[in-house]
Design a protein around this ligand. Sequence first.
Ligand code: FES
Ligand code: FES
Length: 152
Amino acid sequence: MQLTVNGQRREVAHPDEMLVWVLRDELGLTGTHYGCGIGACGSCTVLVGGQVTRACLTPASAAAGREVTTVEGLARGERLHPVQQAFLENPLQCGWCLPGHLMSAAALLDRTPDPTPAQIEEAAGINLCRCGGYNAIRRAVARAAELKRGGL
Ligand code: FES
Ligand code: FES
């Protein structure tokens, strides 16, 4: 089976495996992290067809024919995505949750360029951070929106 990941067609040998393992083990895209495996933590979050998706609960075959975007696909060459720049300015601790937060924030800003604090809270709230970095995460999402509106 073929998948389109970060704009590239990739051959996948195990389409029945969960997407998180296909991305990490078959395609070498280890930016997508594995945490709980039950859809609770959000560290495995990727975008499938632009939708926030738990890769630990989604068979790779379910992404066939749709664009998969992982954290490796956010930057444009040397140019960071606004959410990457904003999280650099608001660093977290261990960073295990970070790819999931980046992907959720990127999806939020694609559909809501000027999110309210409540919208940020709702979107960011689907991802856990075991280090408790929630204030920095909310600040980073708000900053990313500002950067994106400014054309970064
Ligand atoms: S590893 Fe998928 S939600 Fe936790
Ligand atoms: S920074 Fe450690 S889990 Fe979020």
